[in-house]
Design a protein around this ligand. Sequence first.
Ligand code: HEM
Length: 465
Amino acid sequence: MSQAAWSWWVAAALAVAVLASLPYWLPGVVVGLRVRIFALVNGDEGIPVPGKVVGTDDFKRVYADPAADGRSRGAALSDLFWYWLAPGPEVHQEHLEPGPRYDDVARTTRRTIARLRKDDWEELVARCAAREFDRLDGAAGVSDRARVVRLRDAMMPLWASVYYEVVFDEPCPPQARDLIVANANDVVSALKCTRLRHMRRRDRLTRYLRGRIADGAVPHGLPATLSEQEQAYYLQGTYFNTAVVQMSEGMAHLLLAIAARPELQRRLRENQDPALLDRVIDETLRVYPLFGVAHRITTAQIALGETAIPAGSVLLFNYAEYHHAGGPDAAEFDPDRWLREHLAQVNNIPFGISANRPCPARGIAPLTMRVAAAEVLRRYALSTSAGHTRSLPNRGPCLLTPLAADRPDDEPRRPAARLALLRVRDRWEDVWRSLVQLVLGTYMVWDARRLRLCRNYFAAQEAEQ
Ligand code: HEM
C-alpha cells in the first residue's frame, strides 16, 4: 500500500473512532462549556453553598437565617429566572419579596392545598390517573407490546387535570388540559435549554385563565391584593407551571429509577412491603432533587464563625451537592437506607427549609406521587436503558409494557433488543441535545440579560416611590 493510501486509512480510522466515541465525551465537554459561557455572560455574582465560604455543616443554618430572605431584587440571576417563568414572574410566589403581597399569595396557596383532605387528594389523583392513562393507552392503540414513552410528557396531562380540578373544582376539559400542558412543557423545556420559550403559547393560557376569573369560576378565592391580570398570572405560575412541572418531573424520576431496577420493581409489584414505595419516593427526591440551585439575596449580614456574609450577597444553595455530601454512599440510589438511617441524619431537603419559605406542597406531593405511581405499576411493566441525570433533559425515555388485565402478576420479559436500541438512541440524542442546549442556553442567558425583567421591574417601582 502506498504511503498516501496508508495515511488516508489512518485518518479515516481516526475519524470513525472520534465519531463513534462522541456520546461518551462530547456531552460532558459541552455541559462544561455551557457552564463557563453562562458564568461569562451572567457574571460571577453568587456564593455557592456548599462551597469555600459556607461548608456543608453550615448549609441549613445559613439557609434558615432570617437575613437570607431576599428572593429577586439585587441579583442579576433573577433576570434569568424571571425570563424562564414569565409571564407574571413578579407575582410568582417563589420570586415575590417578603411583604403583604407575598403573605396574601402564600396564604391563598396554603388554603387551596389544605382545602382537600388526604382522602380527597388520593381520590382525585386516582381518578385523573385512570382517565389519563386510559387515554394514553387509547392513543397508542390496544396492544400488549412495549412502547416507548417520555415519562415527563406522559405524566403532564395527569397533573394538568389534577391541578385544574384543585383550582376550579370541576373536571378538566380536554382543551384546558392541552393549554396547561403546552404552557408547562414550554416552561420546563426552556429551563432545560432544550427549546426556546414561546410566549404566545403561554399567553393563550393566561387569556383563558383571565376569562375564567372574570366569569367567577374560581370558587375558593384568589389573592385579594392582586389585580385580575395578576391573579391569572398567580394561577398560571403556581399551579399550571410549578405544580404541573414539578410533579411531572418528580414522577419521571421516580418511574425511571424503578424502570432501571427490575428487582426493585418486582418487590414493589408484589407489595409485601407497603412502605417500600414511600422509601423509593424519598430516595428519588434525595438522589435527584428537583431544584438544582435556589438563590437568596441576603438583606443583612450573616455571622459565620470568624467571618460574615455581607448584606446584598447572592447565596446559591445547591441541592444536589448538599444531598450527595452526606457520606461515601450518599450519591447511590438505595431506598433501604431509610430503614437504617433516620430522615434527620441524612442531608435531605427535597422541599426546602421549613424556616425559609419551604414548598407549600411538601405534605401532598409524596402522597399524590404514591397514588399515581401505584396506578402506573398496576398497569405497566417499566424498563429502560436510558441515561438518568438530575436535570433529565431526555424527558425519561422508558418502555411501557401493558400488564395483561387477566394476568397482572405475570411479569412480561424485558425486551432486550429494544432496550439495546433505546440505549444507543439515547446516547446519540445526548450528543445532539447537548449542542442544542449550548446554543439555546447561551442565547437565552444573553436575551434575559438584555431584557432585564427583574431589574427593570424594581427600578420602575423605585422611580414610582
Ligand atoms: C415533588 C414535587 C415538588 C418538589 C420536590 C418541590 C420542591 C420545592 C422546593 C425545594 C422549594 C423551595 C425552594 C427555595 O427555597 O427557594 C419549593 C418552593 C415552592 N413550591 Fe414546590 N415542589 C414540589 C411540588 C410543588 C407543587 C405541587 C406546588 C404547587 C401546588 C409547589 C409550589 C411551590 C411554591 C409556590 C414554592 C415557593 C414557596 C415560597 O417561596 O413561599 N411545589 N418547592
